[in-house]
Design a binder for this molecule. Structure first.
Ligand code: ADP
Length: 257
């Protein structure tokens, strides 16, 4: 937690966030929600609902609005040009495709990239990188070439790189996409172990049930429902109305029981 941040300060606060892409496509329409420190929140919704656009706003990857009423706050800090560096340190973003995120010729250098930017070097850097590789189950992978790893291993290297900067929030775009069942299981177990708040956009409804304390259902750029995953996802008419389905995991449950 950032120095001086009160325990009750939400990790993320989004206030009436609207956004249209430059050529005019509307993507978000007055979206508001909070994520408490340490809370895991899932974003569900059909393709084109606005999930990725929302995630991109959480660490300032889309143009920040001019000063005024802030629409995104991270640990109470408004997302504004002057705070971007701090906010990007506090919000770790896992891209859907790890190849968009891996930057260095070795796993060690890749995980070290963030901490080096923060001024770490020598033995403390080595310790930090090794601890993060251990945390994601990739102990001893430091000399490997990221491009030669499996998709699941690449995702874990990316996660280690985020953890190395000690983020307060992890923002994850479809973390289990492209993984086989074992890879999915391992990644979910890993995410479950990681500290900090998480915002996870996913089509993996079982992940939402197993990991998230709360889910937000997004469609047409708006939050159309929110609640505990098992409640929301058991509501078959709601799921079908928004291009989703009730997961098999919940087939024996009735809505709101
Ligand atoms: P999701 O992640 O839920 O699939 P997106 O946030 O990607 O949804 O998309 C929301 C809307 O914004 C869609 O209408 C999509 O076509 C549009 N959109 C997404 N990315 C871009 C972009 N880079 N340029 C223009 N329009 C975009």
């Amino acid at each position: 937690m950032r120095k001086g941040v009160e325990l009750s300060t939400p990790a993320i606060e989004v206030r009436r966030l609207s956004y249209a892409y430059p050529e005019g496509t509307p993507a978000l329409d007055a979206v508001s929600f909070e994520v408490a420190a340490g809370e895991c929140v899932g974003l569900l919704g059909p393709n084109g609902a606005g999930k990725s656009t929302l995630l991109l706003h959480l660490n300032g990857l889309l143009p920040v609005r001019p000063p005024g009423e802030p629409s995104v706050l991270v640990e109470g800090l408004p997302l504004a040009e002057a705070n971007l560096a701090t906010i990007r340190r506090r919000v770790g973003f896992l891209f859907q495709d790890p190849d968009d995120q891996l930057v260095a010729p070795t796993v060690f250098d890749d995980v070290a990239f963030g901490p080096v930017q923060l001024g770490l070097n020598g033995a403390p850097l080595k310790e930090r990188v090794e601890a993060c590789l251990r945390q994601v189950g990739l102990e001893g992978y430091g000399r490997r070439e990221p491009s030669r790893l499996s998709h699941g291993e690449k995702k874990r290297v990316c996660l280690a790189g985020l953890l190395a900067c000690d983020p307060a929030v992890l923002v994850l775009d479809e973390p289990t996409a492209g993984l086989d069942p074992r890879g999915r299981r391992e990644l979910k177990a890993l995410l479950n172990r990681l500290p900090g708040a998480k915002v996870i956009a996913t089509h993996d409804l079982e992940l939402a049930v197993e990991l998230c304390q709360r889910v937000l259902l997004i469609d047409g750029g708006r939050i159309v429902a929110s609640g505990q995953p098992a409640d929301l996802l058991s509501d078959e008419p709601l799921m079908l109305a928004h291009g989703l389905e009730k997961p098999h995991l919940l087939t024996h449950r009735h809505p709101h029981t």
